[in-house]
Design a binder for this molecule. Structure first.
Ligand code: ADP
Length: 396
């Protein structure tokens, strides 16, 4: 069966077409500048990429173009749309109701629309991407895969915030967690290697957005992101966790509205805010190496927060079998992995520095030092494959 995976953003739409019999990606690509002017990049493994500027007035125009290219006699990989057996859609938020990947019908759509208020950035474009796909492919099943659903196993002690309980009841303010599809994928990979069904695993998804998750036996017990992806470790442009009073103090002192304050904490903080150089870890590391003090400080703060969370999760789980790094920084940056793993030998985490620094980018590699109690890995994430797999399991 062939499964199309769609990830719709406000002005973009990413797609991958999987052949589930072989597990191969037949084609993938990205529509950008939707609603502005329009551009598509279409890739087929082993063949030259196709890129063109095409007017894309909305998500429907984008998915129509994607299907046209997939079926094109020269650029395509299938002969007709009916070869697509199902479509898997990435949703950042499934709220409290959508606790696992689900076939999307009226009830699910109504629920997703009802929680847009707590998911204002990702919700509307994902819903409009889904509606567009449904309108041009009405005869196949559409499956929603939710980043939050991996966290449905967390105990309420981990997800209820210590604020008046009525606010949870009234507004559903609680920890939801994000990046769950990525954490689920790399945790399962680590569990396969360990061969231990009750393994205690900490997964560090470190990219432009970063989160850390603790899992026992492949079930999440805690995670660093919260009600929104703003909580947890500092990120490219997000502050991560700070004293909440700092927020109200900044608002009063700078005369900022709630929206302006959210923007400051979401888009102007983190690595960018402290370094003043860039939100991209590579740029900040380069500036640090050139002697830029604030860049060094930004990197040190990032590492400091990550270490604290790793330590707290070892305490929470009363042990640790494996530590996993994934996403842009986690998969590729041996320097950052080493900074994080330094001086964690008390917890049993020790890495082989040569193996770590020489690890091939984007490849699965074990970086454990011989004799260390905890095994440490860099594992490339593959959220799209996980979405395709869930979709396949639900419809086959
Ligand atoms: P997103 O959260 O947007 O999906 P990514 O997972 O692609 O982001 O991660 C982006 C981050 O990964 C950036 O900070 C970038 O510096 C870092 N990164 C990407 N590739 C490399 C690399 N080869 N070496 C070091 N850092 C990298």
């Amino acid at each position: 069966m062939k499964i199309l995976v769609v990830n719709a953003g406000s002005s973009s739409l990413k797609y991958q077409l999987f052949d589930m019999d072989s597990g191969d990606v037949l084609a993938k690509g990205l529509c950008e500048r939707i609603g502005i002017d329009g551009c598509i990049t279409h890739k087929r493994p082993g063949k030259e990429n196709y890129k063109s500027n095409e007017p894309l007035k909305d998500h429907k125009a984008a998915i129509e173009l994607v299907l046209k290219l997939l079926c094109d006699s020269e650029l395509g990989v299938i002969s007709e749309v009916s070869e697509i057996g199902a479509v898997g859609h990435r949703f950042a938020h499934g709220g409290e109701m959508l606790r696992k990947s689900s076939i999307l019908g009226e009830k699910e759509l109504m629920y997703l629309e009802s929680i847009v208020e707590i998911n204002p950035l990702h919700g509307p474009p994902a819903i409009s991407g889904f509606k567009a796909c449904q309108s041009v492919m009405p005869d196949v099943k559409h499956v929603g895969v939710f980043d939050t659903s991996y966290y449905s196993t967390m105990d309420e002690t981990a997800y209820i915030y210590p604020i008046p309980y009525e606010l949870y009841e009234k507004y559903k303010i609680r920890r939801y967690g994000f990046h769950g599809t990525s954490h689920r994928f790399v945790c399962a990979k680590a569990m396969d290697i360990l061969g231990k069904s009750d393994a205690k695993v900490i997964t560090c998804h470190l990219g432009n957005g970063s989160s850390i998750t603790a899992s026992i036996g492949g079930k999440a017990v805690d995670t660093s992101m919260g009600f929104t992806p703003q909580e947890g470790v500092p990120m490219g442009t997000r502050s991560g966790s700070i004293d909440p009073t700092v927020v109200t103090y900044i608002m009063k002192k700078e005369g900022l509205s709630p929206e302006e304050t959210e923007k400051l904490l979401n888009s102007k903080s983190g690595l960018l805010g402290v370094s003043g150089v860039s939100s991209d870890c590579r740029d900040v590391l380069e500036a640090q190496n050139d002697g830029n003090k604030r860049s060094r400080l930004a990197m040190n703060i990032l590492v400091h927060y990550i270490k604290k969370i790793i330590g707290s999760y070892v305490a929470e789980m009363n042990g640790l079998d494996a530590l996993v790094f994934t996403a842009g920084i986690g998969e590729n940056d041996g320097v950052v992995r080493e900074m994080i793993c330094n001086d964690l030998s008390y917890l049993g985490i020790e890495i082989d520095k040569d193996v770590n620094l020489n690890a091939k980018r984007g490849e699965q590699v074990e970086i454990t030092k011989q004799g260390a109690r905890v095994r440490t890995f860099a594992i490339p994430t593959n959220e799209e494959y996980m979405i395709a797999l869930d979709t396949y399991e639900l419809v086959k």
